[in-house]
Design a protein around this ligand. Structure first.
Ligand code: SF4
Length: 682
């Protein structure tokens, strides 16, 4: 592996699951990374990082870093391990996986997500390995699949505005996002627009840091975003605030959508959403009369039963007013569909040959792990290889997930930086390198630049890149295909082939995609019709409703029933999913697991700030500290996540309460569609 000279600055990329994908500059002195900063030469990073990644050296050199392969010695889940050598670990893993694969390779499941967003250390060499093995395929739904389905069936893919042009908007609607906490560099752009006179409106059940800094906050009930969007459409229609020319030439299904939207007068939506009628009518007026008007939608809205429909409804709005005509108008949920990733080359699905292994949904891993063999399901899972993920903490219905991983007959391998909740259940725990120690290449989902990550320091201890672990395992499994011998930098070059200037990536760390400033000013959506599909023929062909609609949550709180409160679980500001929870300086800021509860809900329960509360439903109990606060709206509690279970007050986290029910489209999880009760413990 390359070892840069000392006293240098090394260009890299933030690997975390965040839309901003910052360009990093790591200062290295005597082989030690002393500082990680934002690269000032990358316009979207602007020399600024969030507080979390500014602590990267602390995380990298954390005394708890896993530095050697470890083998389980205690009972499953006890977290008791003994150090072993790489040869012993890899030989045994290869032998165990080979034996299972000889019976049925589908009994092996890889489990991975966005612990790194890198295309090489994510599903590069790992995907080749599991394709060659013929393992079950993982349906990677846990974050964004409902929103993706919504976008695909409306705009044609994960496409949208260029983020930098939000600076030119006159109205910015921040919908389902705490940008200050999880999209900081967009927030900087929104501030620039604000200084130029733009109005900022935040739509979010929680009065987040972002919501309190916008001109207006619309605190709707969780899972009612589609109702709000339909009422906005109704207002655009009845006041004729429409761009008829754009609708005629660049949309599909206008007559049908018009009829649907007219069923949603503001009074009806106000009732469903729990917001004043005036907020809806004012937003509709402002949206129609602000040129340009831009919507920054984020994935919070789609973590409910009707998540994809909500995204569909919201994504229709810019076509109704012709907001797309200006580069400062339109919508952005994700830009990732615009990157020409050469996935076939990188992941080699051809290694499957004629085999078509089953697909297992990562959002229902709790059920999958506990499922016996059957004709419908196929073989019971006998082995799980976890990398870039911490399912025991982050997957819904976590008691069931933990019970699955506790199976003594399940062979579990975990590649990690730290001994997470999932790592506690490993048979083998393998030390992986961090972003400072390996090569990688990144697309983004909040901008349109490709970033290259160079290793800044040598791997700590015996840590190896994920790619190298799978390369060595492949060798031991007897896989002689030449692709298993390719180096990481070769994979970096393959990721975009000749679609991006790799020399530019080497010299400046980033390269911008050549894209139009106003991509849909003249229509040309990447849908089958080339139009913005209000009515989706593809959905109709599946026998589904072709129009967006409001679908009530699976779990509607019933004030008179056992579960009277809705619960959402947005991220604590200093954590990113379950990453950074063990970084002491960041955990000290968050202090303890917290539940925000409105004074109207706290009062009758005699709950005061600082009290330990029991949050519960039929799935389980979660103990945490109450914070009586108007950050929560009445009837909704906010369980900030995602704490590791082992740091929880009763050894659980908020996912003890979330369910494995899925979204309308995309088979996604419904983390924010959860009814609970809360009581004071002490
Ligand atoms: S987590 Fe997001 S904001 Fe923070 S450094 Fe990474 S990409 Fe930038």
């Amino acid at each position: 592996m390359n070892q840069p000279n000392d006293d240098t600055q090394v260009l890299g990329a933030c690997p975390h699951d965040c839309p901003d994908t910052c360009s990093l500059l790591t200062t290295v002195k005597d082989g030690v990374a002393t500082r990680v900063q934002g690269n000032p030469a990358h316009p979207l990073t602007g020399g600024v990082l969030c507080a979390k990644v500014s602590k990267y050296p602390e995380r990298t050199y954390h005394p708890d870093r896993l530095l050697h392969p470890m083998k389980r010695v205690g009972p499953k889940g006890s977290g008791q391990f003994v150090r072993v050598g790489w040869d012993e670990a890899l030989n045994d893993i290869a032998q165990r996986l080979s034996a299972i694969a000889a019976r049925n390779p589908e009994a092996v499941l890889p489990y991975s997500y966005a612990g790194t967003m890198g295309l090489v250390q994510g599903d590069g060499m790992a995907a080749r390995f599991f394709h060659r093995l013929g393992a079950s395929r993982l349906d990677q739904t846990i974050c964004s699949s409902a929103g993706t389905a919504g976008l695909v069936h409306t705009l044609g893919g994960k496409v949208g505005m260029k983020v930098q042009f939000f600076a030119e908007a006159r109205l910015i609607v921040i919908w389902g996002s705490n940008s200050i906490g999880s999209n900081l560099h967009f927030w900087r752009i929104a501030q620039e627009a604000k200084r130029q006179g733009a109005r900022l409106v935040c739509i979010d059940p929680r009065r987040s840091e972002t919501a309190e800094k916008c001109h207006e906050h619309i605190a709707l009930r969780p899972g009612t975003d589609a109702a709000l969007a339909l009422a906005l459409m109704q207002q655009l229609i009845v006041h004729d605030w429409l761009d008829h020319d754009y609708i005629e030439h660049h949309t599909l299904g206008w007559a049908e959508l018009r009829e649907r939207a007219l069923q949603w007068p503001p009074e009806r939506a106000a009732e469903v959403c729990g917001v004043p009628v005036e907020q809806i009518t004012r937003l509709a007026h402002d949206y129609a009369h602000s040129r340009p008007a831009a919507i920054r939608l984020n994935y919070g809205v789609q973590r409910v039963r009707g998540g994809a429909n909500a995204v569909r409804a919201i994504a229709c709005l810019p076509a109704l007013t012709g907001a797309w005509r200006q580069r400062g108008g339109g919508i952005l949920l994700s830009s990732s569909g615009q990157f020409p990733v050469q996935r076939q080359t990188l992941q080699r699905p051809d290694l499957l040959g004629e085999r078509r292994p089953r697909l297992i949904n990562m959002s229902t891993i709790g059920d999958a792990l506990n499922q016996p063999a059957s004709a419908a399901f196929g073989p019971a899972l006998e082995a799980v290889v976890v990398y870039n993920s911490n399912p025991v903490a982050v997957a819904p219905d976590s008691a069931r997930v933990a019970a699955g991983f506790a199976r003594e007959d399940l062979f579990t391998v975990v590649l990690e930086h730290f001994q997470t909740d999932t790592a506690d259940y490993a048979d083998y725990l393998l030390p992986a390198t961090t972003q400072l120690e390996h090569w990688d290449i990144h697309l983004a989902y909040g901008h349109t630049d490709v970033l290259l990550n160079r290793p800044a320091i040598a791997p700590l201890g015996e840590a190896l890149p994920n790619s190298e672990i799978f390369r060595r395992l492949a060798q031991r499994m007897g896989y002689s295909d030449p692709c298993f011998a390719e180096e990481d930098e070769t994979l970096c070059r393959q990721a975009f082939g000749d679609r991006i200037d790799y020399d530019q990536l080497l010299s400046q760390g980033f390269a911008s995609l050549p894209l139009a400033d106003a991509p849909f000013a003249e229509g040309g959506f990447p849908t089958p019709s080339g139009r913005c599909e209000f009515l989706s023929p593809a959905l109709v062909a599946q026998g589904l409703d072709g129009l967006p609609d409001h679908l009530p949550n699976h779990e509607l709180p019933d004030p008179a029933g056992p579960w009277p409160l809705a619960m959402i679980s947005p991220p604590a500001r200093n954590f990113l999913n379950s990453t950074f929870v063990n970084v002491t300086s960041l955990r000290n800021i968050e202090t303890e697991p917290v539940l925000e509860i409105h004074p109207d809900d706290a009062g009758p329960r005699q709950i005061h700030s600082g009290d330990v509360v029991r949050v519960f439903n039929a799935r389980g109990n979660y103990h945490c500290k109450a914070e009586v606060s108007e950050r929560a709206r009445p009837g909704v509690v906010n369980g900030l996540g995602i704490w590791w279970r082992k740091f929880g007050l009763n050894g659980t986290n908020v996912n003890e309460l979330t369910s494995q029910a899925l979204t309308d489209l995309g088979r996604g999880p419904t983390f924010y569609d959860c009814a609970v009760q809360v009581s004071r413990l002490g």
